[in-house]
Design a protein around this ligand. Sequence first.
Ligand code: ADP
Ligand code: DP6
Ligand code: CO
Length: 354
Amino acid sequence: MADEESKDWILMVTAKSPTNIAVIKYWGKRDESLILPINDSISVTLDPDHLCTTTTVAVSPSFRSDRMWLNGKEISLAGGRYQNCLREIRSRASCFEDEKKGISIRKEDWENLHLHIASYNNFPTAAGLASSAAGFACLVFALGNLMCVKEDLGAISAIARQGSGSACRSLYGGFVKWNTGYDVSGRDSIAMQLASESHWDDLVIIIAVVSSRQKETSSTAGMRESVETSTLLQYRFKEVVPKRILQMEEAIRNKDFTTFARLTCADSNQFHAVCLDTCPPIFYMNDTSHRIINYMEKWNQLEGTPQVAYTFDAGPNAVLIARNRKTAEALLQRLLFYFPPPGAELTSYVLGDV
Ligand code: ADP
Ligand code: DP6
Ligand code: CO
């Protein structure tokens, strides 16, 4: 460890992570504390320049405790999820040397050094746009860099998973699959890239922010209630998802938009049906969300082949995936007409709070 005279040093790492949106949804855990899912899921990672988290992690011998600020406000790190991520990363830390600055941290020193963490989401937090995914992926990635962790991305994804399940998929770009895994330790419940960002670059994703308000039921609480009460969820994870995962992998491989759109829309609708089948029912979508679905269905029917896929996470905000740029432009024009917004941009489009 650096000696007494150089106690004022501070070491910092900043990382940026994008959010990801599931096209085959994760909903339900078989292990609450390790965050092990009941089914595989597949997502698409958004462009990091749009919806993303930026996190700075700092370590200094002058810090008295671990502290974290989220969007400028201090939050408690007491929850199991933050503690689990910190513990897992600390246990894999390596030594750090910077002779010029006189900093020398031995592997075992990391246990006693405290962290200060500042994180910002450039999009609504806890509103169904996967802030927990970008947030925990970014936190774990930044900490891994700071503490010189030498694990591969798969092992890092298993740590991010312990912060928020969907976070494991945000460590990769493009299309990503989170494997349920078999091991009780969760070692094999990791994310892997199915196809890179460039594989299917005709697709354009438009996020329609219907409401940026914080949702009433967090994803964690919602899926716990569904596991306890929904019979549809039992059918979904045993009978439906395994087949859809195989079909979706094939659709992505072949860039088959018709199948991709059919599966994406069907899976979003079944996930929200599970929410309704939960007791008491959970309503993540609102009237505007329903109007958007209706509109997209009609448009796709009129065209004969699907032009746009829609999917809604645990919130009212729509994620619209257009077949290509031309379709995306037509879609934006129509959205602007039917849902006049206070402001608009191509990939992050505001429909106005309802
Ligand atoms: P969302 O749909 O936005 O993912 P969730 O209910 O799944 O909503 O998760 C929201 C929670 O995720 C927040 O209350 C907070 O605990 C955590 N979270 C969000 N952003 C970050 C971040 N940047 N860093 C760490 N944790 C975050
Ligand atoms: C509907 O990953 O936010 O977005 O693991 O409890 O933190 P926890 O839940 P979270 O759930 C995401 C649910 C979803 C679908 C998905 O992203 O696959
Ligand atoms: Co979440």
